[in-house]
Write a protein that binds this ligand. Sequence first.
Ligand code: ATP
Ligand code: MG
Length: 572
Amino acid sequence: MRYSQYFIPTLKETPSDAEVISHQLMLRAGMIRKVAAGIYDYLPLGLRSIRKVENIVREEMNRAGAIEILMPMVTPAELWQESGRWDFYGKELLRFRDRKDGEFCLGPTHEEVVTDIVRREVRSYRQLPLNLYQIQTKFRDEIRPRFGLMRGREFIMKDAYSFDVDSSAADISYDKMYQAYRRIFERCGLRFRAVEADTGSIGGTSSHEFMVLAESGEDAIVSCNCCDYAANVEKAEARISEVTAHVEPRPLEKVATPGKKSIEEVSAFLDVPSSIMVKTLVLLADDEPVVALLRGDHDLNEIKLKNLLGCETLEMAPDEIVLKVTGAQPGFAGPVGLAVKIVADLVVRGMRNFVTGANETDMHLKNVNLERDCAVKAFADIRNVSQGDPCPRCEGGAMELWRGIEVGHVFKLGTKYSQALKATYLDADGKEQIIFMGCYGIGVGRSVASCIEQNHDENGIIFPIPIAPFHCIISTVNYAKEEEVRKASDAIYEQLLSAGVEVLLDDRDERPGIKFKDADLIGIPLRIVVGAKNLVEGKVELKHRATGEMELLLVAEAVEKVKAAVAEALKK
Ligand code: ATP
Ligand code: MG
């Protein structure tokens, strides 16, 4: 491609409404433009990277035996009513009516639509297993679209759905997808972790998220520094700490703590470490008050508590409810004497003579002992794992905290959708059986954005070769006026093109400085600089964007090196 005939509208200034680096750089590099909140144009460079990811995804899906289809973006309400999600999905589902007043929505995911295909077409166990996938535009009316392609409302997703005769066959399909995902993200050049994830409201038995490691990530994940245990913090198990040796309970003591509400304030005021304090949280589970107890320096994991209580909604109680439940202003709650359901974290079970609020404004209690002083309904793991916690799976390992961007998600669905939509098959004995399903998503645009989060410097993007819009750029010095430069550049361009290298020839009538800046900004991995001075000796410069390494090479050598580097990076 000749730069002068192409369309790369780069920007000098960083757009003020872009918060994360990938969003800033994708705008500046002319890859995307915003049309409306969470809705983008893909300009040529952006589209090229997107297509690269799609092709890697497609190759690996096909390799794993999945079959490509394309489902509609507009889907009828009836299917969603059958699964129950029409009412459950909430505002992320963009609904509308057609001219005949029929109700529709834009597909945010396609379990219903694909299950409908399978229930109509699959009759016999001989047609299973089946895995259908598509690469398609999704729409989710996200409450806070942001960070460019990272959290859009309209975005491209690969979604696959597996159909099997039973649960163990479904496990095999799941493992195939898990392996395919590893290959996909490795081939994209991403540094990632596969982590155990919460199955959330979908239920099911198992789920993994593929997380690209990046400081700007919205998810917190933990991994063991010894074994291969890794999980989303939402789900990560805390190791059950040993119950402390017998400690004599001391008598309860009420102490004045005027105006001291937070754990930090009380711990400083009473001069006790936060690890011998217990925090008492008042929450509303489906509008019923519940109290959760945690060690002072631990944080509540709302998902674990929600799963434990089996409730649909869980939120911190407003001040007036705290007052009603405890009889005190917020900040002075404690478990002693409360009439509501109390759940405590497993760690709290082993604590003795600790400090809590006294359920009286400006008062705390010392030497609280659960067995003696209050009735706890359940002990369970309800806290977030934190940095340095012991690993739940191995001896001696410690947990490390990371931030991650979820680029893919694999899920065992069981029979949730097949049951609701009656997707069945006849087994070898002619008996009707329910189909077991799995679903598997990859955010295509989010993968490109997270790659940029991992690979950039102050000058711009540093694309890995497999998903770079072009492999190589030829930056020319005085292409318009120097005939030698023009001839040599054109020859290199032709040679690389015919070797299958994707090459951008910067033939613009611009100063070299501008061309180098643009080349760095758009992140092309390899750059050949053609200038009259070096050509006298038959040489050109080859620069590697990632390392900054620069080599002065004969033209033929440079061409060979580029070909070899590209071939090496694209090995499957
Ligand atoms: P998140 O927790 O980030 O909202 P999700 O759990 O809703 O993600 P899935 O329903 O599992 O996501 O969708 C599959 C994949 O689609 C995700 O792993 C992610 O890569 C991508 N994805 C989801 N929502 C968006 C979005 N709003 N913009 C871009 N990509 C998205
Ligand atoms: Mg979401």
